[in-house]
Design a protein around this ligand. Sequence first.
Ligand code: ADP
Ligand code: MG
Length: 422
Amino acid sequence: MVMIKVDGVFFSYDSHEALSNVSFEVEQGEFIGVIGPNGAGKSTLLRVMSKILRPRSGAVLLSDVDIQGMSERSVAKEMGFVAQDNTITFGFKVRDVVLMGRNPHLGRLDSESIQDIKIAEESMARTGVSHLAERLITEVSGGERQRVLIARALTQTPRILLLDEPTLHLDISSQLEIMDLLKRLNAELKLTVVSIYHDFNLAARYCERLLLMNKGRIEALGTPRNVLTEDNLRRVFGIDVHTYYNPLTDSIYVVPLQNSNWKGFKRGRKIHVICGGGSGGQLMHRLVDGGWDVTVGVLNLLDTDYEAAKALGIPIVSEAPFSPITEEAHDQNLKNIRESEAVIVTDFPVGCGNILNLEAAKKALESGVLTILIGADSILSRDYAKGEATQRIKELLDMGAVHAGTVQEALYKMESILTGED
Ligand code: ADP
Ligand code: MG
């Protein structure tokens, strides 16, 4: 059943058009997140949906009834709105703030009945703020305040809850508390929840559908996986991201790479990383953050460094799990190496399966590519190739590989050598 229908809505503040032809439907019991850059029109949309603002044209229908034909009180009985700035509650006790939620149900001169008080108390219990009842609203924490405002909205006994950035300015544990609370209300009370979020990952983790807004229009509407695509986020936010599936939370998540403009600075300048077993994560992060085009290999699938590279969107030459490097993967790796300005070899454990990666480093030196070895002095302790790895590292150093004690030092030496050559 369609609960809310936003139908061709236009809205302008003076001459500035904040909503342009916005149409979408919300089904009963849905949990929807609204995202988009600052100024996209998200708050304006919620204000129009809750009848605070009147659209210039188009309509908002609540169960097929145009809200323009409904009184404010009738709308408030159907729909609770937790706005972003709530200054009107100054000086009130938590109990009184929550009880204000009964106002749409009371006659002009009525005072609250026992039934009204009971509903307010239920709301406080549901949102976990009963113990704060006698405190002043100005004297509770940000997370508690948000839960009190949700309790007030619940006291209206609505079927729909609209919230404008309920997790803004909260620490991470309070953010999760609010999200869990909303999800619980959605399940237990069959509340339809439409909320604005500024954090993609939080939204992706909890919402069934996301509405992506930009410049007063809907850019995308659908599952988090379909909305938070690399293309959409580049177009709307101007950022490069890598999105990937997190099996722990069963949701996708977004890793911002870096600002597109900043990346342009070193675009096309390639560095190849040889690593494994988690030794390359920090280095790859630093290189990507620094704007380099990074390649990595050869890595076995399931290797920690494989996962790290994938999360960073780095092209990987890979090999099947626990299999020795094949000639084919080795050749592909050499191709990346020949195209790079430098090769950085981390202090990874070397066994018979991956010793070909040290042969690749040798080929780099032979073709005149700057080659840096991190922690070469620890090779004895990670040589699982019966001394052959130790022999090969010595050979690399003799051939002119640069030694660095740490990732930091490797980056410093690489940048100064490459800049010196420019
Ligand atoms: P969001 O919540 O996505 O950041 P808003 O809905 O607050 O965006 O704003 C949309 C556009 O309308 C912005 O360009 C903003 O500057 C403008 N705007 C918002 N509120 C007002 C207002 N009260 N008067 C004039 N312009 C406004
Ligand atoms: Mg806003």
